[in-house]
Ligand binder design. Structure first.
Ligand code: SF4
Length: 292
């Protein structure tokens, strides 16, 4: 009998969330991945999340229920482009957001997640920091870290789902629900973050609701988190209808059930080259070292 643990990201479909042994944001899932000692880890999220599990626990069989679940932002940045860009900034540290491929992580000095991006950058000794690939998160970090130059990757790297959440979306929802607290994810444009009562990762938004128990929130992130907050905390969640990540929704309850029944065809197994794992692991572990 193969022992299996199911890790699920907060943006997954409700039916998938209900199959979770552990539900959380990227940072929590990475921390959990380090300690799991089951034979098989099923990662319900997108490709880079499954790679992080493999990087942190390479001796386990890591499975993603649909290998087409790929983050639209992560796949756009190539390691060779980052390598070239850092040559132009030889004194800068390179911080890779968790939403990157394993190859990009291997090229960077330290990883961060949305939960700790400000902390990681502020604790680096370098004055200049290249931050990839999300320019919105880079702008949020820049606005919240003093005395450092945060250099975003050229171009418009961003999460298409969060970037599409606009100030007018927020204003419209606030006009209809003036009593709601406004909580947004830092992948949103800076002007949206500045208009919010609280900015945080999915788990930080969850924790805010748990601690303060607002009756209602306007949520500027992917709608999947709303299911968890309403179900577990009884807080009413209002989110823009278009805040849906098609990459996250590729995974369905049926696909997870199939894997749990033992049907794991080759493409669903996450395999990474050993040297790549070693290099990427250094970058991920550096984050844990910096943040304690
Ligand atoms: S919500 Fe954005 S960052 Fe998250 S998986 Fe989807 S495309 Fe990638």
């Amino acid at each position: 009998m193969i022992e299996t643990v199911v890790l699920v990201h907060n943006y997954q479909r409700p039916e998938v969330q209900l199959l979770a042994d552990f539900l959380g944001d990227s940072l929590e899932l990475a921390m959990k991945a380090r300690e799991v000692d089951a034979d098989r880890i099923v990662m319900c999220g997108v490709d880079f999340m499954a790679e992080v599990v493999k990087i942190l626990n390479p001796d386990r069989e890591v499975v993603i229920p649909d290998h087409r679940a790929m983050c639209g932002m992560a796949m756009r940045l190539r390691a060779e482009d980052l390598r070239e860009f850092r040559r132009e900034h030889p004194d800068a540290a390179v911080v890779a957001y968790v939403n990157t491929t394993a190859e990009v992580k291997a090229e960077a000095d330290v990883m961060c997640t949305s939960a700790n991006a400000v902390e990681v950058v502020s604790k680096l000794p370098e004055d200049e920091v290249i931050f990839v690939p999300d320019n919105n998160l880079a702008a949020w970090v820049d606005a919240n870290v003093e005395d450092k130059e945060v250099i975003p990757f050229p171009g418009r790297g961003c999460c298409p789902v969060h970037h599409a959440i606009t100030l007018s979306d927020l204003r419209e929802l606030v006009a209809r629900h003036p009593d709601a607290d406004v909580l947004v994810h830092p992948e949103c444009p800076l002007e949206v973050c500045r208009a919010a009562d609280h900015v945080g990762s999915t788990s930080q938004i969850y924790e805010y609701c748990k601690e303060r128990q607002p009756e209602k929130i306007i949520m500027g992130t992917e709608v999947g988190l709303g299911f968890r907050i309403e179900r577990e905390l009884g807080v009413e969640v209002i989110a823009p209808d278009h805040a849906v990540c098609p990459d996250m929704k590729v995974i369905t309850g049926e696909k997870v059930e199939r894997v749990l029944d033992g049907r794991v065809p080759e493409p669903l197994r996450v395999e990474l080259d050993r040297d790549l794992i070693v290099d990427a692991e250094e970058t991920v572990e550096e984050m844990f070292r910096i943040t304690g």
